[in-house]
Design a binder for this molecule. Structure first.
Ligand SMILES: [Zn+2]
Length: 489
């Protein structure tokens, strides 16, 4: 039995002012056959990682393809996308004959001229490997689960958890289902329900937690092979942006359709109830500063680099300084120039610095102040589950009672090391501002006395009605009051 595995992935915010090119992939994940790490999977590469571990015990030959992944940002350069895609497809062609293909994709990647990159990759894969080869795909739930992908692939499985703590577990399932299909033990058929809604579904809140736990109970019994909830990615302006429910059953299409419809209808009933309450900037900072015990964590999802935002908006920082906040820290602010200037000024220096507010109009205006350089660190990283995420060279600058973490490799707040690398103890802070949507909860949730979510003026507005969509198919909630959810496959 011969399997091929590869990855091409990013999450594209089509509104982001930061274009994504080959350099962005080279900086993140750019691994050719023979270069794949053995310690832990990198972004979206879990299917290859898991298949390599299991090839000898499950008795198949794995042909390893290239894995390319970039941090979330704007639309990928078309020529660069085609170069990476064609490299993988050429490896696949050279590996024929194949019984199975495992693709670790993201699901919300957009390249210029390609609104459905993953559909394009899956369609070209099918053309190469033929109708009998089994195509198994793992996607992030923040994806556009298009009809094309579901029609052409044999098995698609999405992560269930947000924060995404189950990437490896779901890759194991993709491999299990792919192998069983090749051996003729199951016949997966997929059914897809479109909820016609845009929303966010952190699984750290009770309603979604309960929904996901119930779904897990249904899997592996009565012919239900797998159930996935496509949350959608609200900042990718493509026609099929929408929350969807995918059910994979063993040969029983009618059962799959009935279950997808039942679960999809439930998700429609959860509109407006799956997200936390959002504070405005003044309200959040005021509430945090009057709290009796800390740390009060202020999360700023609107400037989450993990959603393609620049992570250099200054509005909350400006509010903290204006109110003379004490014992406060904020991070990360992505500003490679400010980091360079802090290194040049040196540890302990007091000097005038312009920081943040650089990338676009929604970054706000830069902060100009005399700062104290309180810490410097080269090539730093933060942890996220089993993985280490680089933040590059970083600096901590203090303005009054506010300590600011400046980084050079754009990423969201994930691990406590973001602060401790620079000698800042996040547990001892009264107010702690983190730029992240919900992944921060894995590390910062346990140390927070309270978490407040802030809807600032940074680009990832939590009110989707404020986003200037051009391509999204209408009607869709909450842009439109009247929608027609239903089964689409
Ligand atoms: Zn995601």
């Amino acid at each position: 039995m011969r399997l091929f595995a590869a990855t091409l992935a990013t999450e594209t915010n089509t509104f982001s002012p930061l274009p994504t090119s080959l350099s962005s992939y080279r900086e993140t994940v750019f691994l050719r056959p023979g270069e794949h790490p053995t310690d832990a999977p990198r972004m979206c590469t879990a299917p290859l990682f898991v298949a390599r571990r299991r090839a000898s015990t499950d008795d198949f030959t794995l042909i390893e393809g290239s894995c390319f992944a970039a941090s979330p940002a704007g639309t990928t350069n078309a020529k660069d996308y085609e170069t990476m895609r064609d490299e993988i497809l050429a490896q696949m062609r050279a590996a024929l004959p194949l019984d199975g293909v495992l693709l670790g994709l993201h699901g919300a990647m957009v390249a210029h001229g390609y609104d459905d990159v993953e559909g394009d990759i899956i369609e070209r894969t099918r053309a190469i490997v033929g109708p009998k080869c089994v195509i198994g795909v793992e996607l992030d739930p923040h994806c556009h689960l298009t009809l094309k992908r579901v029609r052409i692939a044999d098995v698609i499985v999405l992560y269930k958890e947000f924060p995404h703590s189950d990437v490896v577990d779901r890759a194991e399932e993709v491999l299990d289902l792919t192998l069983k299909t090749i051996r003729g033990e199951i016949k997966p058929v997929m059914s897809l329900y479109d909820c016609r809604q845009i929303s966010s579904y952190p699984t750290t809140f009770p309603l979604m937690r309960g929904f996901v736990d119930r779904i897990k109970e249904m899997e592996g019994r009565d012919g239900v092979l797998s159930i996935s909830i496509a949350h959608c990615f609200p900042y990718g302006d493509v026609p099929e942006l929408s929350s969807r429910v995918l059910v994979v059953t063993d040969g029983d299409k009618a059962k799959g359709e009935a279950l997808a419809t039942k679960l999809g209808t439930e998700l429609v009933g959860m509109r407006g109830k799956t997200q936390p309450e959002y504070f405005d900037v003044g309200g959040a900072v005021g509430t945090a500063m009057t709290a009796n015990e800390g740390p009060v964590v202020l999360a700023e999802p609107t400037d989450n680099a993990g959603g393609g935002a620049p992570s250099d908006n200054t509005t909350i920082l400006r509010e903290l300084i204006a109110r003379n906040a004490q014992n406060a820290a904020i991070g990360p602010i992505w500003d490679p120039i400010a980091v360079r200037l802090c290194f040049d000024a040196g540890l302990g220096a007091h000097f005038p610095l312009r920081l943040g507010g650089k990338t676009g109009p929604q970054s706000g205006t830069p902060i100009d102040a005399t700062v104290e350089v309180i810490a410097l660190a080269r090539d730093a990283w933060q942890s996220f589950g089993p993985t280490n995420v680089p933040v590059g060279d970083c600096a901590a600058a203090r303005i009054g009672g506010v300590e600011i973490v400046l980084i050079t490799k754009r990423t969201q707040a994930l691990g406590l090391e973001l602060f401790t690398n620079l000698g800042i103890d996040p547990r001892a802070k009264s107010v702690l501002v983190v730029k992240s949507t919900n992944h921060f909860m894995a590390a910062f949730g346990p140390i927070a006395k309270r978490v407040l979510y802030v809807d600032s003026d940074a680009p990832l507005s939590r009110d989707y009605r404020k986003i200037d969509y051009k391509k999204v198919k209408r009607p869709i909630w909450p842009l439109d009051a009247e929608t027609s959810p239903g089964l689409i496959l």
